[in-house]
Design a protein around this ligand. Structure first.
Ligand code: MN
Length: 428
């Protein structure tokens, strides 16, 4: 696929949807992400929407989408998905002759419920954030923070699709087996070390046939786009259960994704070179190509915000805990897709691949409280007298993401948010 910008990225483009022209909007006409919406509180089937400013364009009603199922949009071949983007851009730009007709297909985002952006078929979580891997590894293995396979294999595990929730859906603090240091036996208890993980979600558009690997060159043709993803993690449960097969109940109680799939087409102006630090091994040939080296990276800036119950009561929007960037990941999204399928594993439309926690190189850029509090040893001050080592009941975690560079219109991902509710009574 071509990565250069086209007319749909022109920063001078304006929309007849006035709110889309606000420089602070995540959803200018240069973005055009897909998601699912329905009337708030309703039970009717989801409809496919395109975010534009503070509105949602009903794609099917506008006569621009294919079927009413978002899978049909996400699984379009590259040329057709580019064509749909061009038609949307033309229909929504200021002066379009479609304006009067399309105004009837536009609803306010505040008037609708936004769901998980597509039916999640399967969920894999990678571990592509090397700064996270190193920081967490150093807590458990100070002399060898990074295991020897890390720089060769994109590490991952299979997660669970059933508990992938839409942004805004709150969940209860999970119970699990925990065995605090110094105690002789484990017990069942509400997690006392509940954490978030700042990640991106890669949404697969077109699947691959069983047994037929997706090559690095083809990988991005199989990706519809990206969301924000919070891989909530119970660290005390994780510490006791993770050996020898990896995370299980510490991770599968809740995963939150943002409502909008920002397409690879929209991200084209933000591509960057991929490289390895001096002394690091070069990726194996199936994970290496000139195109991946030239522009495999996407510069997506990420933020974690925390709003405690006390902040909420005072009308305080919360505190920014950290910032980081997808550019600091060790593997590109094309490498993750190529690796996932190299053994013949079949991906399908709606498969979700988490990147792994995206921390930055600085200690203050940890994408989880585990990192920011140094394993719970150093409470993180919140600036209002409160502090956290791990999450408290009533805490709302909000992930945000955006891309910006000179000569391009800034685009954003919206929000990925959920609140921790108290543990269910009577479980343990
Ligand atoms: Mn994770």
């Amino acid at each position: 696929m071509t990565l250069a910008g086209d007319a749909t990225h022109d920063p001078a483009l304006r929309s007849w949807v006035g709110s889309a022209n606000d420089p602070a909007s995540d959803f200018p006409i240069q973005n055009l992400p897909y998601g699912r919406f329905r009337r708030r509180g309703g039970t009717e089937p989801w409809r496919v929407g395109v975010a534009i400013g503070d509105g949602v364009l009903d794609l099917h009603a506008a006569g621009l989408g294919r079927g009413p199922d978002i899978a049909e949009v996400l699984s379009l071949p590259v040329a057709e998905r580019r064509d749909l983007r061009v038609r949307l851009s033309q229909a929504l730009r200021a002066g379009s002759s479609d304006e009067t007709r399309l105004r009837a297909c536009l609803v306010a985002q505040t008037d609708v419920e936004l769901g998980v952006p597509c039916e999640i078929r399967d969920f894999t979580d990678f571990y592509a954030g090397i700064h996270h891997a190193r920081a967490v590894g150093s807590l458990f293995r100070p002399d060898s923070p990074l295991l020897p396979n890390y720089q060769w294999v994109p590490i991952g595990y299979h997660g669970r699709a059933s508990s992938v929730y839409a942004s805004g859906i709150d969940f209860r603090r999970p119970h699990g087996q925990v065995k605090p240091p110094g105690e002789a036996a484990p017990r069942l208890a509400p997690s006392a070390r509940l954490d978030y993980e700042l990640e991106l979600g890669i949404v697969i558009g077109r699947g691959n046939e069983p047994g037929v690997p997706v090559t690095l060159a083809d990988a991005e043709a199989h990706v519809a786009g990206l969301t924000l993803l919070n891989d909530w993690s119970a660290r005390d449960v994780q510490a006791w259960e993770y050996q020898p097969l990896g995370p299980f109940l510490a991770k599968n109680f809740a995963t939150t994704v943002s409502p909008w799939i920002v397409t690879l087409e929209a991200l084209a102006p933000f591509r960057e070179r991929f490289g390895r630090a001096l002394g690091d091994p070069s990726p194996l040939p199936y994970l290496d190509s000139p195109a991946n080296r030239e522009s495999g990276v996407i510069g997506i800036e990420l933020e974690v915000w925390l709003q405690t119950a006390a902040m909420r009561e005072r009308g305080d929007r919360g505190v920014r805990l950290s910032t980081s960037s997808f550019r600091d990941a060790y593997w590109t999204l094309a490498q993750l897709v190529a690796h996932h399928t190299v053994n013949g594993c079949n991906l399908g439309t709606g498969d979700l691949l988490g990147t792994g926690t995206l921390s930055g190189p600085e200690p203050s850029q940890g994408g989880s409280l585990l990192e920011l509090s140094r394993g719970g040893q150093q409470p993180v001050p919140l600036g209002n007298g409160e502090q956290r080592t791990f999450l408290a009941d009533g805490d709302t975690v909000i992930l945000r993401g955006y891309c910006e560079r000179p000569g391009a219109r800034r685009i954003g991902f919206g929000e990925c948010r959920a609140t921790v509710l108290p543990a269910r009574a009577g479980v343990g």
